[in-house]
Design a protein around this ligand. Structure first.
Ligand code: 13P
Length: 252
């Protein structure tokens, strides 16, 4: 069976006090409920060390929301992969549509960031997804395949042991509009086929593919019931323990 993962992307939310309060509640509920899904939280850089330390006896893992592609140097305001591993962070989200759209991160840059993350033994949650115009014009399958090819297809097959994909249609992020479970399944199956064509079934069948975009406790079960949907990358609903736990336990 493929790994099941529910990751909370806190984006630009939660100061250290709010973040610690949230993970304390999550840690006790995860310990009590022992969910099938692996649970991940992704706080802002400045709160990573505190959250890692708070979660040291918990099964919840911690991801950064971004990192720089360089190991060190004159890059004011940036954070490197080895700085993340040095404080006990094990994962990093790369290629979120907000990084692509607002901060102009290109496929080429994301390929470099992925290399730097893997070189630091960070697991990469690599985000892909089409814009509304792209879905309307019917180019969504091509767009998503292109993002995967340009971001990841320079890698050796073995690198995929440390890659998780997250399909987040941009039109469904923070809008309250989700892809239907059928639309999610259709795209996830396509993604798996694209990976299979390049790396073969052994890589494709074990690759976790998460869905993100307005996942809530009320719709998680149905979306996660689809064969190729292996969990979720959660924004707004990851900020309240009750909502996030409702999604985390949707596989149980
Ligand atoms: P929402 O769950 O708020 O739509 O955000 C999804 C997302 O962008 C997670 O990375």
């Amino acid at each position: 069976m493929r790994r099941k993962i529910v990751a909370g992307n806190w984006k630009l939310n939660n100061d250290i006090n709010q973040g610690l309060a949230l993970v304390k509640e999550l840690a006790s509920q995860v310990a009590e409920k022992n969910p099938t899904a692996e649970v991940v939280v992704a706080p802002s850089f400045v709160n990573l060390a505190g959250v890692v330390s708070e979660l040291k006896n918990s099964k919840i893992e911690v991801a950064a929301q971004n990192m720089n592609e360089n190991a060190s140097g004159a890059f004011t305001g940036e954070v490197s992969g080895d700085m993340l591993t040095a404080i006990g962070v094990e994962k990093v989200i790369l290629g979120h549509s907000e990084r692509r759209a607002i901060y102009g991160e290109s496929d080429e840059l994301l390929a470099k960031k992925t290399d730097a993350a893997l070189a630091n033994n960070l697991e990469v949650i690599f985000c892909i997804g089409e814009l509304l115009e792209e879905r309307k014009s019917g180019s969504h399958f091509e767009v998503v395949a292109g993002q995967i090819e340009k971001g990841l297809f320079h890698l050796e097959a073995s690198a995929f042991d440390n890659i998780v994909l997250a399909y987040e249609p941009v039109w469904a992020i923070g809008t309250g509009e989700t892809a239907s479970p059928e639309q999610a399944q259709e795209m996830h199956a396509h993604i798996r086929k694209v990976v299979d064509a390049k790396y073969g079934a052994s890589v494709a069948t074990k690759l976790p593919i998460l869905y993100g975009g307005s996942v809530k406790p009320g719709n998680a079960k149905e979306i996660f019931s689809k064969e190729d949907v292996d969990g979720g990358l959660i924004g707004g609903a990851a900020l309240k323990s009750e909502d996030f736990m409702g999604i985390v336990t949707a596989f149980d």
